[in-house]
Design a protein around this ligand. Structure first.
Ligand SMILES: Cc1ncc(COP(=O)(O)O)c(C=O)c1O
Length: 412
């Protein structure tokens, strides 16, 4: 049985009190807290195993290399990739998407092509495409969303012309929590010979994700949102596509050979194998160790249990938010269409004021645009307050949150 109270015991930070209030952390879509198991795995690495990878022949380096490679294997298994060669470690979702833009997009997109981006994307899945389109002359087209924040699949069918080479879609919206049917998006895109890049920043930590089932070409996600440390994230890519892509960053580790031709005064370079070809320089080895521990922790909990727990909390919260007459909730009314993210506003209050007032109760939420300004503009919301749940949140915490909101409403 999944028990959030037992889970909480593993998270030292949740014991913290601020101004006498036991903290309630509802800002999980921004970053998650870290269990003892992750902190201890990283501590052990730095105290006992630290060395650089893929370089030396000494014991510490061999151990560090083994841990680093194990992390790739662990991620591959977690998301159902065919092999660890399809798993590239980067700093986070943002860097993973930029890798696709500059390794694939720079060499494959040209004037006349289109990249289709949904209006609910995080800025990290919009800005790289806008920057690259200025260099390469292709068009970025935006796929509209419905007023409840769900994707417009009929429009997608219409917009998928032969000009579209890539579809960029988030698996779960970081504003509304809407879960997109990326399997269908991938099927439609592939029928049109376009590739699909899925932003998994808000899905991989919260629901079971299998890249072979989704049949996406790329999947990007961040370790820090799934109980792991900051500074490590993942780009999954189908092997046959990665094989044909040019490297992103140049430097040590990503080459096979750099030989200097004396006559030509140039270096001849051959690339390393996958995935190292895309991991130039010293990687975040400690981060990889932490990510392995985070994944092992999530696997022990079971991703179906994680999903169900968050669904129940979301449904419960949405039900009780109805008791707050000055609160408007955005996104679909049916919690089954969502992950554990709820955006809302309180009448006459700016979202930052709502967050500040809740902070005085020890409740940490996010306010603003959440790096998704176009979606806010589409939904005609100036900004929003957002609660987002994870494995250690409880109904009791939701009750305290609702009580606090009622008190805030009372003084308005
Ligand atoms: C949907 C989505 N995509 C991308 C990102 C960017 O992730 P990172 O800052 O870890 O690169 C986030 C972070 O909030 C997100 O929610």
């Amino acid at each position: 049985m999944f028990n959030p109270y037992k889970v909480r015991e593993d998270f030292p930070i949740l014991k913290r009190k601020i101004d006498g209030n036991q903290i309630i952390y509802f800002d999980n879509a921004a970053t998650s807290q870290k269990p003892r198991q992750v902190i201890e795995a990283m501590k052990k690495f730095y105290e006992e195993q630290n060395a650089n990878v893929h370089r030396a022949v000494h014991t510490l380096s061999l151990e560090a290399t083994e841990l680093y490679e194990e992390a790739h294997e662990e991620v591959a298994e977690f998301i159902g990739a065919k092999s660890m060669e399809e798993i590239i470690f980067v700093r986070g979702t943002t860097e993973a998407i930029n890798l696709v833009a500059y390794s694939w997009g720079l060499h494959n997109l040209k004037r006349g092509d289109e990249v289709l981006v949904t209006l609910m994307e995080h800025h990290s899945n919009i800005v790289p495409w806008e920057i690259l389109s200025e260099i390469k002359g292709f068009k970025v087209k935006y796929l509209d969303v419905n007023l409840d924040g769900t994707l417009n699949y009929e429009l997608l069918k219409e917009m998928l012309t032969p000009r579209v080479r890539l579809v960029c879609v988030t698996h779960v919206s970081n504003v509304t929590g809407v879960i997109n049917d990326v399997e269908t998006v991938a099927k439609l895109a592939h029928e049109n010979d376009a590739l699909v890049l899925v932003d998994g920043a808000q899905s991989v930590p919260h629901i079971p994700v299998n890249v072979q089932k989704l049949d996406c070409d790329f999947l990007a996600f961040s370790g820090h949102k799934m109980l792991g440390p900051t500074g490590i994230g993942v780009l999954y890519g189908k092997r046959e596509i990665l094989e044909k892509m040019k490297p992103f960053h140049g430097g040590g580790g990503m080459i096979n050979e750099v030989s200097f031709n004396l006559e030509m005064h140039r270096c001849k370079i051959s690339w390393n194998e996958l995935p190292w070809r895309f991991e130039a320089g010293t990687p975040d080895i400690g981060g990889a160790v932490g990510l392995t521990a985070a994944i092992k922790y999530l696997r022990t909990l079971g991703m179906e249990n994680v999903k169900t727990h968050e669904y129940k909390l979301t449904e419960y919260t949405m039900k009780h938010l109805k008791e707050c007459p000055k609160v408007t909730v955005y996104g679909p009314k049916d919690a089954a269409l969502k992950c554990g993210i709820i955006p809302f506003n309180v009448e006459r209050l700016d979202s930052h004021d709502v967050a500040l007032l809740l902070n005085s109760y020890g409740i940490m939420i996010r306010s603003g645009f959440h790096c998704a300004q176009p979606l806010h503009e589409k939904l005609k919301i100036p900004s929003s307050a957002r609660v987002s749940f994870y494995v250690y949140n409880t109904q009791e915490e939701v009750d305290r949150f609702i009580e606090a909101l009622k008190e805030i409403e009372g003084v308005l």
